[in-house]
Design a protein around this ligand. Structure first.
Ligand SMILES: [Zn+2]
Length: 191
């Protein structure tokens, strides 16, 4: 599927906005370690292993702060829903330490998706309080769905009988006749 130019640009910009600060922060920390490493971590030469570990921790800060690894893991995908799995689980996974939170249950929606070139994937598309019962009927088998990297949404692309179209960038619902989203002004992807 060929995405509109403005959406391609949006995705590239979102990734760059994460990677550029990460690289800059990494460079600053690296220079600081090279220039003032012994002052920053004043350990004797016998603790060289510990010193290197401290440097490694310092240099990993940019990746944690900017969440670059997570961003690179999140990819744009488009495909047909083959199966919808809704799992209802306790909100905390610490049954050995029961807290007040254990009384809450959450719904997690997973989609088994097949892309146009036959690749199969399982994606988590929603997590929320079970009491809210939101989005339980949003996704159906046979729906064509789209997720853009660096967005929180996975949207169902409209069919010929749809009256609405959800924006893949911001998740706003638009009239099917609209070509651009009324909220974020990006081109609406209609499949
Ligand atoms: Zn939008």
């Amino acid at each position: 599927m060929q995405l509109p130019k403005d959406i391609q640009k949006y995705c590239v910009n979102k990734v760059l906005k994460r990677i550029i600060p990460c690289v800059l922060m990494f460079a600053v920390l690296l220079i600081a370690i090279i220039l003032w490493g012994d002052i920053l971590i004043p350990l004797d030469s016998e603790y060289v292993g510990l010193k290197r570990f401290c440097y490694l921790v310092i240099l990993s800060i940019p990746f944690i702060v900017t969440r670059v690894p997570i961003a690179l893991f999140d990819r744009t995908y488009c495909g047909t829903v083959k199966k919808v799995d809704i799992e209802t689980t306790p909100e905390t996974y610490r049954p050995a330490e029961p807290t007040l939170e254990t009384v809450y249950m959450k719904n997690t929606i997973y989609l088994n998706i097949e892309t146009h070139n036959g690749k199969k994937m399982r994606k988590k598309v929603y997590t929320g309080r079970a009491n809210d019962a939101q989005h339980l009927s949003t996704f159906k088998e046979g729906d064509k769905v789209l997720h853009l990297r660096e967005t929180k949404h996975t949207v169902v692309l409209p069919t010929s009988s749809s009256a609405h179209c959800t924006c893949a960038v911001c998740g706003s619902v638009n009239k099917i006749d609209n070509t651009a989203c009324h909220q974020c002004k990006h081109t609406l992807v209609k499949g």
